[in-house]
Design a protein around this ligand. Sequence first.
Ligand code: HEM
Length: 399
Amino acid sequence: MGEPALFGPDFDRDPSPAYTWLRERPPHRLEFPNGVAAWLITRYDDALVALDHPALLKSPFAGNEEWQRAEMGLPLDHRPSLATNMINTDPPDHTRLRRACAGAFAPRRMAKLRERTQRVTDSLLDVVEARGHGDLVTELAYPLPIAIICDLLGVPESYREAVHEWSLVIDSADDSDGSKVREATDALERLVTEVVDVKRAEPDTDLVSDLVAQQAEGLLNADEVTSTAFLILIGGHETTVGLIATGALALLTHPDEAGRARRDPAHRAAVIEETLRLHAPLQNATWRFPAEDVEIGGRLMRPGDPILVSVLAANRDPAAFTDPDEFRPGQRSGDRRHVAFGAGPHLCIGAALARLQADVTFETVLRRLPTARLSVPEEELTWWPSPITRGLFHLPIEL
Ligand code: HEM
């Protein structure tokens, strides 16, 4: 087999052959169509080292000239008003920006979000149940996370439809020249700025109000407030859609596991972890750049070299997991070694919220729609055409 394609429908449906090839040649030097060369880390042990390496920086300014000139990543990575957030920074700024969000993920607020997740899930499933068929992606996996993130941030009701619409554009890979993504980014930037103004005038118990209060105390600047709100809005949406979609598919295609998960919350938790391991909704962690010469997996990486860690490839490394391409929640129960949420200082801040939403949706679907089955053959399902995120466009079911 020659160098496999890391994109295309075959890769989207089953990325394993490509990742197996890459893991045998670690870390692999990739060349992007725009000429930028980058390292792709695919082995589990190397992934753990890279994700937690003190000399690998997250600041886009640490990237080499070639990478910076090509403006890789989304336009939001290159605007101070959107990019000055924790995922693009290193200590001490990273620590400060991450701490600024701590209140939003505190247990009391999580408990409120669980109640809200249950209410939204129930009302979305009312429609599917009454109709006797539906689509668990467009009618559940997409609308739920956006409603919950808007709650967490405190986005007023009147803005939510626009948030949904524009984030769908940013999430869609169908944008060859990038102009639609730029337009959607502009619209969301205006929207986030307006929400910040609303909360400055009328503070509440939500994340944007927390950020505005910290700005008033001099702990954050204006770019950090808008960038943080923007990161949470984008970072927590499509990833959670992917988790709910792929987990629901796993339950529909493994009736024994579904039966156990219906009766046993611990097994439901194992299903969620196994879905995260097997599908890693964010296939690749975000860019990293060595501050100095760094050796990983026996390869020398020079300062500024762009590095991607494929958490999906790491999660399917046979050196770390037996039968890694199989869905085996029972066998791996209690094993949370997968790196679907990353590792080290940038470990996903929203992991508990994502798990909570998956738990509520799976419990509710299994309880309320016990006869649900896929209404098309599994081979006809279309996977997102993206080497970055992993999920499904539709999951049609009938009762
Ligand atoms: C299944 C759902 C999710 C997956 C698979 C996921 C995955 C990840 C991964 C792999 C990282 C690390 C990136 C890196 O090191 O380069 C990350 C970071 C992050 N995630 Fe998530 N995420 C999910 C849900 C969420 C949610 C619900 C939120 C917010 C409500 C969120 C907000 C963030 C933020 C802010 C960071 C940056 C943390 C930092 O830099 O310290 N994510 N996520």
